[in-house]
Write a protein that binds this ligand. Structure first.
Ligand SMILES: [Zn+2]
Length: 215
């Protein structure tokens, strides 16, 4: 069985590119790797793309929004602070996806499933970790229309323009035959996780947690 972990605020900020000392972030990432007894822990430079890359642990940071491996001892980390961390497993490998509004529309789920299936065909399970819920994710009317025209399952009420990203990716995964478990934890409402939107509304320091999966 693969190992899975979603870090909380107690693990500290794990995102570079924020207002936090890079050496502190690097030390926390190394502590996380050691505490999971992993040979390597691969991170992504995430850009809301649909790029899913196969990795073997030899490169510590990959330009992509999903990573896939069949190697034991190689942890896959996805950084989030409201976006959806999706962890996948099959009989042949594991994957970690960064899925926000843009990545979901761009098809990051489909490209990741294609990479994971390239390792071998078998049933795939997914878990959606702590991420923003529909009640907390109101967007502009234009953005709302753009997203629901591509991913109708993300729609809620056309009067309020709240997007349900968890429902959107759940439908995308289910349409491809993937069994989905949604933890149902909202980052903005829970005090245990970093949340970009809560940071803005409460003037808090920004941070990112990770979802990690490994064989
Ligand atoms: Zn919420």
């Amino acid at each position: 069985m693969p190992g899975i972990l979603f870090t909380s605020i107690g693990w500290g900020n794990l995102g570079l590119r924020l207002n936090d000392a890079p050496e502190d972030v690097t030390r926390r990432r190394e502590n996380l790797r050691k505490s999971l007894s992993l040979q390597s822990l691969v991170f992504m430079k995430q850009t809301h793309s649909n790029r899913a890359e196969l990795v073997d642990g030899s490169i510590p940071t990959i330009d992509s929004d999903a990573i896939v491996t069949s190697q034991r001892g190689v942890g896959l980390a996805v950084l989030v602070g409201d976006c959806l961390p999706i962890l996948l497993r099959s009989a042949h490998g594991v994957a970690a996806i960064h899925a926000g509004r843009v990545g979901m529309v761009n098809g990051i789920v489909a490209s990741t499933l294609s990479q994971l299936r390239s390792l071998g065909e078998s049933a795939i399970d997914a878990i959606i970790g702590p991420s923003i819920c529909a009640d907390c994710y109101e967007v502009s009317p234009e953005m709302y229309e753009e997203v629901v025209s591509t991913v109708p399952a993300a729609a809620t009420n056309p009067q309020v323009h709240q997007l349900n990203l968890q429902a959107g990716v759940t439908r995308q995964l289910a349409n491809e035959g993937v069994e989905v478990l949604n933890m149902g934890i909202c980052t903005k409402e829970s005090g245990d996780f970093y949340s970009h939107r809560r940071s803005l509304s409460e003037n808090l320091a920004e941070g990112r947690q990770v979802g990690v999966i490994y064989l």
